[in-house]
Design a protein around this ligand. Structure first.
Ligand code: NAP
Length: 245
């Protein structure tokens, strides 16, 4: 059976490493190619499919039997495309979505629906902001005046993206709670803007904010399609075993 993993997350990488050893499973992994450091293996393809039609064509041409959508919780478009394409071709599809962070005592979260809502609220509540939402949407903040931004992302945005005024850090997690606390204190940060990505790799900043009494503007997850879902790699492996037998 041929399994397509839609990837771009740590969980997708781990699933691929394990699924490749399953007997009678042929593996394909698809990545959007959002970073230049994308690791390509023999099983990997990179880049968009060309919408739903392109994805359907790909699934047919490659004779894919099963689809695991292990994309990032904020990559909703590809998840809807996968849902529609799999439905059309009658292919079993699973979503592997890590659980979201929940606020606990001591957290000072302001939850907002999307990035634009974060842009709208910041001038009322912040002066020095740590922006950790990735490079794709950072330019949405460049119209804000009177706020200084510390921005952290894995890779630099392209030249035509005008960044908000502040300091850019190019770093990849995981980060420790202590280093996050030091960073927040060094730059006198009063607010963090974060997506509710979930997982451990970037959770240290949330703990650091709690311990320092710093606000977190938390962007809620977008809606994802209906369908079977698991939260971890083990669950996805069990699903693959079950569906193919
Ligand atoms: P998206 O909005 O769901 O997808 C946009 C388009 O990218 C899709 O329509 C598809 O193009 C292509 N695409 C996405 N994932 C793909 C995959 N695994 N294989 C092949 N093509 C893929 O996702 P996004 O624009 O990549 O990201 C949206 C948000 O997700 C970001 O702002 C960020 O917060 C978060 N995120 C994404 C990734 C990632 O690897 N994608 C990683 C970390 C965080 P076609 O329509 O042409 O098929």
């Amino acid at each position: 059976m041929k399994l397509l993993i839609l990837g771009g997350t740590q969980e997708a990488r781990e699933l691929a490493e394990k699924a490749i050893n399953l007997p009678n499973i042929e593996l394909k992994v698809s990545l959007a190619g959002r970073t230049n450091k994308t690791v390509i293996s023999q099983q990997t393809r990179v880049g968009g499919f060309g919408g739903i039609t392109g994805l359907i064509k790909y699934l047919e041409a490659e004779n894919i039997d099963l689809v695991v959508d292990a994309t990032h919780p904020f990559a909703a478009k590809i998840s809807y495309h996968a849902a529609i394409a799999a439905e059309k071709l009658g292919l079993p599809r699973l979503m592997l979505v890590r659980s979201e962070w929940k606020s606990v005592t001591g957290d000072k979260w302001v939850e907002v629906e999307n990035t634009q809502a974060a842009v709208d609220i910041l001038p009322n509540i912040s002066k020095r902001v740590f922006l950790t939402i990735g490079r794709q949407e950072v330019t949405a903040f460049n119209q804000i005046e009177n706020i200084w931004f510390l921005m952290r992302m894995v890779e630099k945005p392209s030249e035509d993206n005008i960044l908000p005024k502040g300091l850019l850090l190019l770093e990849r997690g995981p980060f420790s709670r202590d280093s996050e606390k030091q960073l927040l204190q060094k730059h006198n940060i009063d607010t963090i803007v974060s997506k509710n990505s979930g997982g451990n790799a970037t959770y240290a900043k949330i703990v650091a904010a709690r311990e320092l009494g710093i606000k977190v503007v938390m962007v809620k997850r977008p809606m994802l399609p209906e369908g079977e879902r698991v939260e971890d790699v083990e669950g996805a492996l069990e699903w693959v075993e079950r569906v193919r037998s």
